[in-house]
Design a protein around this ligand. Structure first.
Ligand code: URA
Length: 226
């Protein structure tokens, strides 16, 4: 159950550690190939919302299932829909640049999206599609896949990129201007909201805040021994 997001404090830390110990003692690190295959098949065969009608393919994560830090984006765009992997386009390039600077080892990073299929609207030319943000009903329809993904990866920290993935862990509509760079707990999860890299691309005024948030994230990972 996801409870109201609160700023991370000592109580949450104890609860979180208890929960993680429980997982580790009882789940036996059972990220078996068959569990991974079952998760990916569930996503690829999903027809729960109309995005299934326009997608080329559903996009699972970057397949780094041993990662203990989950980066959660919004939804695939045209490049991701085409290549079948998250952050394959321009926003991904910028994200990779920030991550390289952060020096967080790539093998620690599971990268996925809150919504697994590309949300589209008709483009100017007949038959062409353009990207659009996912609708609340699409985010809700995809929630079961996110829950399965979280159960499989069991991340110690979830870095939400923008308002859509942040909204999956908050009861109210996230105001990124207020919550970026401030970690909080949601149920057993620790959440660290960042601006979406595309927001930084289109609004260079956010770049400085993004870089500072990245530094805060690295310190947070070190101080909390994540
Ligand atoms: N690419 C993704 O995979 N997710 C986003 O949120 C944006 C671009």
């Amino acid at each position: 159950m996801i409870r109201r997001g609160v700023l991370f404090d000592g109580t949450d830390k104890i609860l979180y550690n208890k929960k993680m110990n429980y997982y580790e003692e009882n789940a036996g690190f059972s990220k078996t190939a068959s569990q991974i295959a079952a998760y990916e098949a569930q996503v690829q065969s999903c027809r729960d919302c109309p995005l299934a009608l326009t997608r080329t393919q559903a996009v699972c994560g970057n397949r780094c299932y041993q990662g203990d830090i989950m980066l959660l984006g919004e939804a695939p765009g045209a490049a991701e829909d085409r290549f079948g992997r998250p952050f394959a386009g321009a926003a991904g390039k910028l994200l990779q640049q920030f991550l390289a600077e952060s020096q967080i080892p790539a093998e620690r990073l599971y990268i996925g999206n809150a919504v697994k299929c590309r949300p589209v609207k008709p483009g100017k030319r007949p038959g062409a599609w353009r990207n659009r943000p996912p609708r609340p009903a699409e985010i809700a329809a995809c929630r079961r896949h996110l829950q399965a993904e979280l159960a499989l990866v069991r991340p110690k920290l979830i870095v939400t990129l923008g308002a859509v993935p942040s909204s999956c862990f908050m009861p109210d509509k996230p105001q990124m201007g207020q919550c970026h760079g401030k970690p909080f707990a949601a149920g057993p999860y620790r959440i660290f909201p960042l601006y979406h890299p595309a927001a930084v691309m289109y609004n260079p005024g956010l770049r400085r805040a993004y870089e500072e948030d990245m530094q805060t994230l690295v310190r947070y990972i070190q101080n909390e021994m994540i």
